[in-house]
Design a protein around this ligand. Sequence first.
Ligand SMILES: Cc1cc2nc3c(=O)[nH]c(=O)nc-3n(C[C@H](O)[C@H](O)[C@H](O)COP(=O)(O)OP(=O)(O)OC[C@H]3O[C@@H](n4cnc5c(N)ncnc54)[C@H](O)[C@@H]3O)c2cc1C
Length: 415
Amino acid sequence: MRADVLVVGAGVAGAAAALAAKRREPGLRVVLVGDEPPYRRPDIFSVMEGLPPSEIDTLGAELRRAGVDVRVGRRAGFEEGGAIAVGGEEVEYGALVLATGASAWVPPVGGIDLAGVHTFRGIGDAFSLRGGIEPGVRAAVVGAGLIGVKMAAHLARAGLKVTLIEMLSVMWTVLDPPLSDRIRAALEADGVRVMEGAALESVRGDGRVREVVAGGTAIPADLVVVATGVRPTVPGDVPELARGIRGAVRVDRRARAGEGIYAAGDCAESFDLPSGERTYRPVGSVAYLSGTIAGLNAAGAGASYRGFVRRQAEVVLGIEVTSVGLSGAEARALGVPHEVVTLRSERRPGGVGWWYGDGADYLAVVERGSDRVLGLEAVGWAGSRRPVAAAIPMIGEGRSLGDLEVLGLVPSDRS
Ligand SMILES: Cc1cc2nc3c(=O)[nH]c(=O)nc-3n(C[C@H](O)[C@H](O)[C@H](O)COP(=O)(O)OP(=O)(O)OC[C@H]3O[C@@H](n4cnc5c(N)ncnc54)[C@H](O)[C@@H]3O)c2cc1C
């Protein structure tokens, strides 16, 4: 088989790359190979609750309409010297886009392989969890990032007795206190027992999980879901592939990993715009944008980017959670001197109330000294994501805290 552009991995990054390559050069033969059908990963919560997977396979039709040769249910085999085989057939390619994603990372503690311990990354995980979801079942969810928090909420609403175990604090990667406290309070109001500052020590049972030990406490559990982050999936046999943070593929600002090789999404590093630093950021928005750049360049364009502004906008337990740019935790990890500033929304007389979202709390992460805005976070009711979304270009332009006033956001803890 011959492909002008061969994309391996049919997730968001791979789909975006294939579509971008085809859009740029409609005459090219673009082949997308994936062991799973293309879908949005957040939809696997619906599969866990009973939705047939065929209902969430929405990207496949779009890709075929665009003229992409989609080969799903196939794993690309990487052979010595850079050859790639699909279903036993060798594929010759002009340019290669690696969009092989990531897989769930589990802490290496005793008992983690016991039956009843699950991860939550793909459709297969959603299926295997389905059978265990029954009212009264005792569930432990390990990791209170976005996926762990949503999992705890889903299970609690299905009638399970849920304990959420977190080494640091709820949603600490994207929310700074006190905003994260609101999510913890909402979880507790839904009946979830939240244990912060408690690291998973072991899983115990006899063939099947019976309890987990975290922060020195034994917690009875019939079901465990581990949501402690991901590690990039990188084929070992691609020559000249340099590895960076957490083993992700090292790329330049054109998503280029080597001669004729591009990498995007959760398998690759990316650049952060507010800090200008390299990061490993396995989130959907970066996967989509980096996939698009990789696809354009694989088709001969010269697209490059300065960096991405991370953006996350979710509804958790009916509460809007929005976080863009650098959170305090990310700024710390990147060594960026910063301050976290509480904001209040200025609802001037005659102002448009729905813009701010009633009862929303806002925080800005600013560079220490210059007050340049690095990130913005909001937790609240419908509407609070609007001013945060409007701040994204301002973060890109390097505007300062005082400039947020045009969005109706002013510091409340500064004179
Ligand atoms: C439950 C859940 C909820 C999420 N919610 C959000 C959210 O709300 N917001 C957000 O920003 N992000 C969210 N994410 C993260 C987001 O889904 C990922 O960042 C995104 O899916 C990454 O896309 P990707 O294409 O890089 O990788 P993936 O989605 O991992 O896709 C890569 C694909 O390549 C396949 N593959 C690997 N090697 C080969 C090979 N050799 N041959 C063939 N195929 C191969 C893999 O099996 C996989 O299907 C969520 C993730 C999960 C699991």
